[in-house]
Design a binder for this molecule. Structure first.
Ligand code: ZN
Length: 274
């Protein structure tokens, strides 16, 4: 089967997203790689899917595709939907062929375990994460499905209908993986980031009919401090869960896939510190 056919089979929508630019080459000790040992099962996700992910719903995919040209609202506004910066906008490398289809049935929060410092660093860090995961770990793509920075900007990462990757000892099958850029054992958590995580999870909760009760942190499944004590506290307290519930209840959990010149300008503004 050709590479093109495989991608078409997995999700035509996501095929449109993978024409991105060149990322930065840098090694980052992301939380996927904190464990010294890497079980053999980690590499099983490279198996090429043998069937199409035709069971996944497509209604919101169509909705996302039709809103690409929409002007970006403020990332801090509580609107019915928020922009999700597409892979092209943040300069992703193309996903590699393969991957194992999944339908998300829970949501798991991670941090990158590298101090972010200025939020202007976030897009470059995400590019570096992807390079590390593809080039050093040998994974098809960045391990996670959506990224969130300190200002609550949301980044489109791996196709959520493909199983993520981890170097720790849990099976990420069925997990919708959200990456928060930064080290939240050391850095403080912002309201904007919490709302960004909630929006990413609310999208997944609605798209895949996942209960907000199925929110957890990486440390709930593996021997790791990820997503950091300061962020995990908002999971353990039910804070992020209640934000997800509020978004879903108010009809405010939508994401608009943002691509094109406006989204590129948005990423440039983030990198300029705006
Ligand atoms: Zn993690």
């Amino acid at each position: 089967m050709s590479e093109r056919r495989q991608r078409d089979n997995v999700s035509r929508r996501w095929l449109l997203l993978v024409g991105g630019g060149v990322g930065l080459a840098a090694l980052i000790n992301a939380c996927t790689s904190q464990q010294a040992s890497e079980p053999a099962s980690e590499t099983a996700a490279k198996t090429i899917p043998s069937r199409a992910a035709t069971t996944s719903p497509s209604s919101s995919a169509a909705a996302m595709a039709t809103t690409e040209a929409t002007a970006l609202p403020s990332s801090s506004s509580i609107a019915t939907s928020a922009p999700m910066l597409c892979r092209e906008a943040w300069g992703a490398q193309p996903a590699r062929p393969g991957g194992t289809p999944q339908v998300p049935n829970r949501m798991t929060v991670h941090h990158s375990a590298v101090v972010l410092g200025a939020n202007s660093n976030a897009p470059a860090r995400i590019r570096a994460d992807q390079r590390y995961h593809q080039d050093s770990k040998g994974w098809i793509d960045i391990a996670y499905h959506m990224g969130v920075d300190r200002n609550g900007n949301i980044y489109e990462l791996r196709n959520p209908e493909l199983v993520g990757d981890t170097a720790t000892t849990y099976d990420p099958t069925g997990h919708f993986l959200v990456l928060c850029e930064g080290d939240y054992d050391q850095e403080t958590v912002t309201e904007d980031m919490l709302n960004g995580v909630a929006r990413a999870c609310a999208w997944a909760a609605q798209r895949y009919s996942v209960s907000p009760d199925k929110l957890a942190g990486h440390k709930d499944f593996a021997a790791t401090s990820c997503p950091g004590a300061n962020l995990y506290a908002h999971i353990a307290s039910g804070d992020i869960k209640s934000r997800i519930q509020n978004l879903v209840a108010s009809g405010g959990g939508g994401l608009e896939r943002a691509c094109g010149p406006e989204a590129a300008a948005r990423v440039a503004a983030i990198e300029a510190g705006n």
